[in-house]
Structures are given as structure tokens and as C-alpha cells.
Design a binder for this molecule. Structure first.
Ligand code: AMP
Length: 294
């Protein structure tokens, strides 16, 4: 497995793979890899000959006061996981490779309109600008045939699909299902911030999705009733503070009407303290597409 540190190395590596007739899958990550990330690698292997993982904690998607400095980092362990998963190359650049003029020094940003406004965009107003810009840079340099993103970050996946289409990048963006712990908690690099008590409380996210899905299965079609069902479940965790609980169109991310008439995305973002009494909070997201009639 190759470790690529510079943009020039990534470009040269990809060019050579392409020249050899091999299809490339790119899997962008921020590292602290877990089984969810490895499921994206597996999806990459299903669609390409060469899987390239990128590991970069992207400063421009963190707002001041967010967890950029504290974000878990562990390159050696990440590389071992990639090697075991058959990854051909890891691109792990220092920040000045991606931002030669400093994180805020560039003059060009990728702004995806409308679908970045609600949900995570509402509480993290500069987040998608940072994500869209760094993902565009990675796609432009590596020019993969496919790139794989997790449905865990559902809105991000839609944003990346949209920018690839609008900017004619010629890359197929693939979504991979949410990978969960056995007890239902969606895997996330941020789960390590939670102590055992808060981790147990965090199970309310997947339970809220299960409850709403069960209600739909039993015939519930009222948006408000479904939102209330999910909200009630989250409220059973005494330290949970809801950022959003919303039902939206799975593609346009527009709000759904009062009655579900087709698939609807139930999206959640909830804050927990790292432990009882801690000032530091952890923001967890989760989602599921509810499908009336299934
Ligand atoms: P991150 O390192 O958290 O930025 O995530 C990198 C990629 O892995 C993104 O496309 C995420 O959506 C995806 N991902 C993170 N957690 C999961 C999970 N539990 N299941 C599936 N994909 C995930």
C-alpha cells in the first residue's frame, strides 16, 4: 500500500493507475477509521480496481469553537486498517498541501445552494462550504471513476452528488448504507468522546428512527405525529438536547407536507455532554428514509 503525502503524488499515482487501465474508487475520510469507513472501502472494491482512501481532517469545515483540535487522529492505526482492507493507496496530506495559502487564504470556494441551507447547514453555516470545497479538490486531483460516501452523512452525500453533477466532474458518486454498532448506534469517529453513560443515552437516536419507522409500518402518515414519535423517544434520554428532528424530501431536502405520500428522510441531530456535567458537547447525527407502503 502506498502512502501519498502531496497533491502531486496523488495526481501522479492516479494518472498512472488510469493509464494502466484500472478504475479508481476514491473514499474521502477524516481518519479515525472504523467499520463504517471500511464498508465504503468494500463498496469501492465492488466498483473499481484501485481503492484510494483519503485521510484529512479538513479545517475549513469546522467553525471556531468546534472540535477541530480535539478531533481523533491516529494515522498508524488508520494505515493498518486500510492495508488489511486491501486499499491500494492512502492520501494523507498535511494541511498546506490542500490549502497552500492557509485554510482561509484561498479565494475560491464551492458553494452548493439550497440543499445546504436546512438541517446541518442551519446549525453549521460554514460546514458545507468547507466540505464541498475540499471534496471538489480531491475529485479534481484524483479524477476517480467513482467516489464513495456514507448515507450516515445523508445531506453531505446529496451535496457531493450535486456538485459533481453541476461541475461536470465526470465521477459517479455512490452512497453506502449506515453501518451500526450491534446495539444500533451509528458508527462515528465522534462516538469515542462519550463516556459509557452518555453512549447508552445516545441509543435514543436509532430508537427514534426505529419508532418512526414502525409507526409508518403500522399506517401512520402524519408528519407531525411521526416527528412527535421520534422527539418523544429522544426525550427519554435525560441529557439529550435536540438540534433538529425533521422530515424532508430525500432528494430535494425540501420539507414534506403534512401527510407522507412517498419516501421521506427522517433526519436527527442531537447534542449530548461528553459525560454528566461536562461542558464539552458531542453532536451526533443519524437518519433513515421512511417508506410508506413498504
Ligand atoms: P468522516 O471520516 O466522519 O468524515 O466520514 C468519512 C466518510 O465515511 C463519509 O462519507 C461518511 O458518511 C462515512 N461514514 C462515517 N460513518 C459512517 C457509518 N457509520 N456508516 C457508513 N458510512 C459512514
Amino acid at each position: 500500500m502506498k502512502l501519498l503525502r502531496s497533491v502531486d503524488e496523488l495526481r501522479a499515482y492516479s494518472d498512472a493507475e488510469r493509464a494502466a487501465g484500472r478504475r479508481i474508487a476514491l473514499v474521502p475520510t477524516m481518519g479515525a477509521l472504523h467499520a463504517g469507513h471500511l464498508s465504503l472501502v468494500a463498496e469501492g472494491h465492488r466498483h473499481a480496481d484501485t481503492v484510494v482512501v483519503t485521510i484529512f481532517v479538513n479545517p475549513t469545515q469546522f467553525a471556531p469553537g468546534e472540535d477541530f483540535d480535539a478531533y481523533p487522529r491516529g494515522l498508524e492505526a488508520d494505515l493498518a486498517q486500510c492495508r488489511a482492507a486491501g486499499v491500494a493507496a492512502v492520501f494523507a496530506p498535511p494541511p498546506d498541501e490542500m490549502y497552500p495559502d492557509g485554510p482561509e487564504g484561498g479565494k475560491t470556494w464551492v458553494a452548493v445552494e439550497d440543499i445546504t441551507a436546512p438541517l446541518c447547514g442551519a446549525s453549521r453555516p460554514t460546514f458545507f462550504r468547507g466540505v464541498a470545497t475540499v471534496v471538489t479538490k480531491l475529485l479534481v486531483v484524483a479524477r476517480p471513476d467513482v467516489a464513495v460516501f456514507g448515507e450516515k452523512d445523508y445531506q453531505q452525500l446529496q451535496v457531493v452528488k450535486r456538485l459533481a453533477r453541476d461541475l461536470l466532474l465526470g465521477v459517479e458518486i455512490l452512497g453506502a448504507p449506515i453501518h451500526r454498532e450491534e446495539d444500533g448506534l451509528a458508527m462515528s469517529s465522534r462516538n469515542v468522546y462519550l463516556d459509557a453513560g452518555m453512549r447508552a443515552e445516545a441509543l435514543v437516536l436509532s430508537r427514534a428512527l426505529d419508532a418512526a419507522e414502525a409507526a409508518v409500518r403500522h399506517g401512520e402518515r402524519s408528519r407531525d405525529a411521526l416527528l412527535e414519535r421520534a422527539t418523544k423517544e429522544i426525550a427519554t434520554a435525560s441529557h439529550a438536547a435536540i438540534d433538529y428532528v425533521e422530515l424532508r424530501d430525500p432528494e430535494s431536502l425540501e420539507p414534506v407536507g403534512g401527510t407522507l405520500e412517498g419516501p421521506a428522510l427522517l433526519a436527527l441531530a442531537v447534542h449530548f455532554p461528553q459525560r454528566v456535567g461536562a461542558d464539552e458537547v458531542v453532536r451526533l447525527i443519524d437518519n433513515r428514509v421512511l417508506r410508506p407502503g413498504v
